[in-house]
Structure formats: C-alpha cells, structure tokens
Design a protein around this ligand. Structure first.
Ligand code: NAD
Ligand code: MG
Length: 294
C-alpha cells in the first residue's frame, strides 16, 4: 500500500492539538490554520463577470469558495457575523488582489429583515446577482435530546434552514435564466451522528429544498444544487461543533486519513456555478475523503 502521506503531503492529519473557541470562532486562531486557497487556488476565468453572494464567506468552506470565485473572475459579497470581522477583512483583501469587486456585509441571518436587506444591498453593490451560495451554518453538538434546548434547536433551524429560505425567496426577483443557487448541506443529512440531532435535520431539509426548488425553478432557467462536505478542517468544528476528543482525531476515520481543507471543496462550488455545468440541477455532490457517503 502506498504511504498515504505521499499522496497529499501538504495537508495536515490527526492528531490535532486541543483547541476551543466560543462560536462562531475565528479561522485565524485555529492550529493549524485551514487552507482556503490563498496560495494554492488557481482560477481559469470560469465565472468571469458573474456576481455572487456567499454567506459565511469569512472563514472555512465559504471563504475558500469566495477566494475561488474571485480568482475565477466573479465579483463577490460575503456575509458573516460582526464578531468575525477580522476573518472577513483578510478574505476581502485576498479577493481584491484579483482585481474584482469584493464587499463585506456583516449581519445575523436569523433575522428575516436582514436577509431581505442583504440581498438588496448585494444587488446595489454589485449591480446584479447571478449566484447565491447559502453556506452559513450553526453546528453545536449535544449528547442528549433531553439537554437540547428549544433555543438551541431554534437557532440551528433559523441559521441553516430559515435563512436559506428567506435569502432564496428575496433573491428570486433578481435571478435571471442562467443563475445558480448552491446550498451547503452535509454528509450529516445522510448519515446523522447521535450528537448532532438538530444540525443533521437541518442539513436534510436543505437536500429536500435543493431538489424541490430545482424542479420549481428549472423552467425559469435557474439551477439549484447542493454540496455535501464530509469532515473539513474549519472553526465550526473546533468551536462547539465536536467534542474535543473528536477534534483531536478529526478526519481519522476517512479513508484518506485526514480532514479535507476548505480549498479542496471549492472546485465543486465553482463548477456548479459555471455555465459549463448548465445541465446540472437538483444534484448533491459530496466530497468526504473516500467514505462513500453518496
Ligand atoms: P465556518 O465556521 O468557517 O463557517 C460557518 C459560517 O456561518 C461562519 O463563518 C459564520 O459567518 C456563519 N454563520 C453562522 N451563524 C450565522 C448567523 N446567525 N448569521 C450569519 N452568519 C452566520 O465553518 P464551515 O465548516 O466552513 O461551515 C460552512 C458550511 O459547511 C456550514 O453550512 C456547515 O454546516 C457546512 N459543513 C461543514 C462541514 C465541516 O466538516 N467543516 C461538514 C459538512 C458541512
Ligand atoms: Mg467564520
């Protein structure tokens, strides 16, 4: 058997250092810092002239998608929570270096009015909207259903499900034929873990949303797809998404023996959004290090 380290020598593998942050946490404080493609992603003009809104674009998967979109020639708005300002600022700097328009709009997606205003502000800033990436997410593990509070359940559903509904609904007045909606679901929608009862349900909701909206919006020329990540090295996991002992061994169960880095999943979001992929709608593409979830 080939030494697995020779396959991807640049990417870290478990065990990882114990580390905790209060949610939502900062990517810049993770050890090691995730790879969002700052130095590694190369664009090919696949999204030239397109305008995108990416929620949770400050860190993790959303940041990698934002950087990739900018390198592919798109103008990008990212949304995030105010306490993530420093991650957002550095993401914007990387994007602006590509010569595209990159705008940061902070705000809490659990507020319906804010979701509406985010879409309107995006169109004001960029002039149009072609790609909506519903990527923001809340994941807080809870060992027992008896300890899962209504407040926590509600916060997970508001962030992961309601926000996608509100943003998509508000975006529809602006999306034209050729536009694309991409939702970040999870392997949790298909193989839910016992300690992520609320989170896993929201990700299953997003799969159903993707598939039903693809049917509803197909006749308007709007494609709707989803990406289902397996274990990716992001601050979501180290700020309450997993217990510490799981953080230390994060990704160890995957056949590739390590978690994915955000840059490794960005190409799926690029392809879904590009005109080259114009017949793909209602799809869920998974990237899980060989586990074979989908
Ligand atoms: P992340 O913490 O870097 O990104 C999540 C983002 O969600 C945060 O940066 C934050 O800006 C945003 N967010 C959370 N609550 C918000 C709110 N109320 N209002 C506005 N924004 C809010 O972590 P990530 O792992 O990159 O997560 C991105 C997406 O990927 C999430 O939907 C997550 O569920 C999904 N996902 C991640 C993994 C993984 O292993 N990392 C696996 C499957 C799915
Ligand atoms: Mg963040």
């Amino acid at each position: 058997m080939a030494d697995r380290d020779t396959l991807n020598p640049q990417y870290p593998r478990p065990p990882f250092q114990t580390q905790t942050q209060q949610p939502p946490g900062l990517d810049s404080k993770m050890i090691p810092e995730p790879d969002h493609g700052e130095k590694s992603y190369r664009g090919n003009g696949r999204l030239k002239g397109k305008c995108a809104l990416i929620t949770g674009g400050d860190s993790g998967i959303g940041r990698a998608v934002a950087i990739a979109y900018a390198r592919e020639g798109a103008n990008v708005v990212i949304n995030y929570l105010p306490e993530e300002e420093s991650d957002a600022k550095s993401a914007i700097e990387v994007m602006k270096a590509e010569g595209v328009k990159a705008v940061a709009i902070p705000g809490d997606l659990r507020d319906e009015n804010f979701c509406h205003s985010l879409i309107e502000q995006t169109v004001e800033q960029l002039g149009k909207l072609d790609i909506l990436v519903n990527n923001a997410g809340r994941q807080q593990y809870c060992e027992s259903l008896e300890d899962l509070t209504t407040e926590a359940f509600d916060a997970t559903f508001k962030t992961n499900v309601y926000a996608a509904f509100w943003l998509t609904k508000a975006a529809l007045r602006h999306l034209k034929a050729g536009a694309s909606i991409i939702n970040t679901t999870s392997v949790q929608a298909f193989k839910p873990s016992p300690i992520l009862v609320d989170y896993a349900q929201t990700k299953a909701c997003l799969v159903a949303l993707t598939k039903s909206l693809a049917k509803q919006l197909g006749p308007r020329g709007i494609r709707v797809n989803a990406v289902a990540p397996g274990p990716y090295w992001s601050v979501l996991q180290t700020s309450g998404g997993q217990p510490q002992e799981k953080v230390e061994q994060f990704g160890a169960d995957a056949p590739l023996g390590r978690p994915g880095q955000p840059v490794e999943i960005a190409p799926l979001y690029v392809l879904f959004a590009s005109d080259e992929c114009s017949y793909a709608s209602g799809q869920v593409w998974c990237s899980d290090g060989g586990t074979g979830t989908l």
